[in-house]
Design a protein around this ligand. Structure first.
Ligand code: OAD
Length: 232
């Protein structure tokens, strides 16, 4: 049996039309992380933060999964063992491409979260400042995304998957944000083979066993085709 754990980042959604963070002209070239992606930034200027995520939510609603998302869904469907997709992305393109049980470690744009009572619900396309929580009625609704300084979601589940992986792949991520950047080492410690699939080698690139460089829409379907051919 060969369980596969896949970590994806913004690069897999780039060809669908969503900006990455650290490429030239990416989101972090246009916005300061401290302003739009920290709890302190939200406390200081909730309108700016809601506006940033409202714009991203509208943008994400208008794009379609690309060949890379669809190929991973095919791998999940046709691989004889478990294929776990862990994403840092807050878009829903894996699901739109047919993937199941995607673990969103940085949350999703589709969700709203109440910082007062912990309630979660489906976010409207535009979240207003001071929007009341439908459960406790406090004006404490926020996007259900993980900000810098907050603990990513589902970490116990992710580490358990990494500990039983035979193959780990990181796709379209620059390897600059922890804890995701260290998953390759967790997987290696568990004896997994590791592969990086990215446009260019990531920051932590020396840690992988193999590299496949190129556009995700081309490299991922090719890689999936090879894996499935080996096991047919
Ligand atoms: P980055 O923007 O840091 O990295 C995107 C990576 O994708 C880069 O290494 C690019 O070379 C690569 N890339 C770009 N286009 C590609 C393509 N067509 N095919 C393949 N690779 C491509 O995005 P992430 O690594 O996802 O967190 O960023 C990680 C986290 O940092 C995000 O989840 C977000 C951000 O700050 C939070 O907001 C908490």
């Amino acid at each position: 049996m060969e369980k596969i754990v896949i970590l994806t980042g913004a690069g897999i959604s780039a060809e669908s039309g969503l900006s990455t963070f650290r490429d030239e002209g990416g989101l972090w070239a246009q916005h300061r992380i401290e302003d739009v992606a920290t709890p302190e930034g939200f406390a200081r200027n909730p309108a700016l933060v809601q506006g940033f995520y409202n714009a991203r939510r509208v943008q994400a609603a208008g794009v379609k999964p690309n060949a890379a998302h669809k190929a991973l869904a095919r791998l999940q469907r046709d691989w004889p063992d478990e294929v776990v997709i862990v994403t840092q992305n807050v878009d829903s393109l894996h699901e739109a491409g047919g993937a199941r049980n995607v673990i969103h470690m940085h949350g999703t744009l589709a969700g709203a979260f109440c910082s007062n009572c912990g309630n979660r619900w489906t976010a409207p396309s535009e979240m207003a400042v001071g929007e009341p929580c439908p459960s406790c009625n406090q004006p404490t609704a926020r996007p259900d995304v993980v900000w810098f300084g907050e603990m990513p979601y589902h970490m116990d589940e992710i580490y358990a998957h990494l500990a039983s992986a035979s193959l780990f792949a990181a796709i379209g991520t620059s390897g600059q944000v922890y804890p995701a950047a260290a998953f390759v080492h967790e997987a290696q410690a568990a004896g997994a083979r590791t592969v990086e699939i990215n446009l260019e080698p990531s920051v932590g690139a020396s840690g992988f066993d193999t590299y496949i460089l190129g556009k995700a829409s081309e490299t991922v379907p090719h890689w999936v085709g090879q894996l499935l051919a080996q096991h047919s």
